[in-house]
Design a binder for this molecule. Structure first.
Ligand SMILES: [Zn+2]
Length: 521
């Protein structure tokens, strides 16, 4: 039901909230279900109904995940595989997907290619001892068995060099959660993982704060922070010792620091005749950093060392939330933003960088959510955009592109979208650079000081850290499917006092009240 629920929002949503973790549902099932359920009349109607009330109630756009998926759950996979039949070129799995019968085919080529036995993959180096190109295209099996838990295969015409005693084995989970369908799950740690998108008031509820000591020295609490970063794209560290060295330590806990011409760490302070607009006291609008590079950093840290000037508040907004809204409610605009390319540049005496990006970078893989993998947006560093060479110059198209950009910005900058706070000394924000745009209010430099130390970590490195955290503390990773409902009249919660509002009694009580209120309707 995951997808139907996420489409049917509004009044239905609260009723679907379950406080304890929902039953395990496989990632394997969900993408397939998505495909089908999207096309059922009921789902279509739900989308229609939702569109009808779209403007009236923005509560309806929260992307919630209703099910907890666990790719390592062999027991549940075993239950769901009803049988395996063996064909000429492939096996066919009969599956029970929540009462529906489905089948899924996996070729012998793919099964041979995925063999992880000690002959195929070196136990220590984890390097593979054969090449895909070594697999005979007409490979077939000699013997196949499925005992309800393990699939065992021996091969006819195996990869040259492999003897007849070579056995390929898969457990139920390996088969049930096939490789390429795991990308989009909520618990995935890949670039296409599902996120929990947010608007300002939601982030007010969901914001995750962790103390420096827990972040650095408590692996499980660190996992919880990484889980939130993976899902929300924004977390905060507090109680940081007052030292310029700290931002490097905090960043290095996630992965190697990204070096750039700014250095491996850098400072944001008011300096006269700044080259970079971030170094002045003017309002700095929403942007992402280093978009003029080929691989803009995936994650950014800003450690506040001094912030005693008037103003200088930090603003954040979730561009994925905007993309999700546009995708559902204005597919034409979504496509335009996918095809609107903007050039970013950094042109100075010693540096000359330039790159061009579409506003919405959508997944090249086919998935039912057609989700974005990155949003690219950084007006302060925009250069002259050159039209795509494949397209002839067209004033109409340029007008449309500017219009699309205006529509995007109008939605992004709605006050409701914005999460604002003034960082205090000893606090550090970590955010996903190509999802969460950041901005800064102007500040008065005649009195007080303002000093932030920054660093970047590449996306690859952080995704690797996510995966290691997930494997080491699977419970901590799974437990973070947050189901804090969204309400306008939220009581003021000081998140700096309650480290994890989700688990606080106060939030639990509020949820209870909401559920009761909802049940009365
Ligand atoms: Zn093998």
């Amino acid at each position: 039901m995951a997808v139907v629920r996420s489409l049917v929002r509004g009044p239905f949503r609260l009723r679907n909230i379950t406080v304890p973790p929902a039953p395990v549902l496989s990632v394997r099932t969900v993408p397939l279900l998505c495909w089908r359920r999207y096309s059922t009349p009921a789902a279509k109607q739900a989308v229609k109904r939702n569109n009808g009330t779209a403007q009236a109630n923005s509560k309806e756009y929260i992307d919630f995940e209703d099910n907890v998926w666990d790719m390592n759950d062999i027991a549940s996979a075993k239950k769901r595989i009803k049988g395996v039949s063996f064909g000429q070129d492939s096996i066919s799995l009969s599956l029970d997907s929540n009462g529906r019968s489905e089948s899924y085919e996996i070729s012998y080529i793919r099964l041979r290619d995925g063999c992880k036995c000690p002959l195929c993959v070196d136990k220590y180096s984890k390097q593979r001892n054969f090449r895909s190109s070594d697999i005979p295209v007409d490979i077939s099996t000699k013997a196949c068995t499925w005992d309800g838990a393990t699939l065992s295969l021996t091969w006819n015409k195996d990869v040259p060099g492999f003897k007849s005693d070579h056995i390929t084995k898969y457990n139920a989970a390996d088969l049930y959660y096939p490789w390429d369908l795991q990308w989009h799950s909520f618990h995935s740690t890949g670039p296409e993982r599902r996120r929990q998108n947010w608007e300002g008031p939601e982030m007010k509820q969901l914001q995750h704060w962790i103390s420096y000591n827990d972040y650095m020295y408590d692996d499980e609490k660190f996992t919880v922070a990484m889980r939130n970063l993976s899902s929300l794209g924004l977390v905060f560290v507090k109680d940081i010792p007052d030292s310029r060295e700290m931002v490097e330590k905090i960043a290095a806990r996630m992965g190697p620091l990204r070096n750039s011409f700014y250095g491996s760490t850098w400072d944001v302070r008011t300096v006269p005749e700044a080259k970079n607009v971030a170094y002045t006291n003017q309002f700095l609008g929403f942007h992402m950093d280093l978009m003029y590079m080929k691989d803009p950093p995936g994650f950014q840290l800003l450690h506040c060392l001094r912030n005693s000037c008037d103003g200088g508040e930090s603003l954040f907004a979730d561009t994925f939330k905007v993309a999700a809204y546009v995708r559902h409610h204005d597919p034409e605009l979504f496509n335009k933003l996918k095809n609107t390319y903007i050039t970013y540049e950094y042109q100075h005496k010693e540096q000359s960088y330039q790159n061009t990006w579409p506003v919405f970078e959508a997944s090249p893989n086919v998935n039912p959510h057609n989700s974005v993998t990155h949003v690219n947006y950084s007006p302060p560093f925009q250069g002259l955009s050159t039209p795509k060479p494949s397209l002839p110059p067209s004033i109409t198209r340029e007008r449309e592109e500017i219009q699309a950009l205006q529509d995007f910005v109008n939605r992004l900058e709605r006050p409701r979208n914005i999460f604002e706070l003034k960082l205090k000394p000893g606090e550090c924000v970590i955010f996903e650079n190509r999802r969460v745009v950041h901005a800064r209010r102007r500040f008065n430099t005649t009195r007080g000081e303002r000093w932030l130390a920054g660093a970047y970590v590449d996306e690859d490195a952080v995704l690797s850290r996510f995966q290691v955290c997930k494997e080491t503390y699977p419970r901590a990773w799974r437990s973070l499917t947050r189901r804090v409902p969204y309400w306008d009249s939220n009581p003021s919660i000081d998140p700096r006092a309650t480290a994890n509002p989700e688990t606080s009694e106060m939030v639990a009580n509020l949820m209870k009240q909401l559920l009761e209120k909802d049940a009365k309707k």
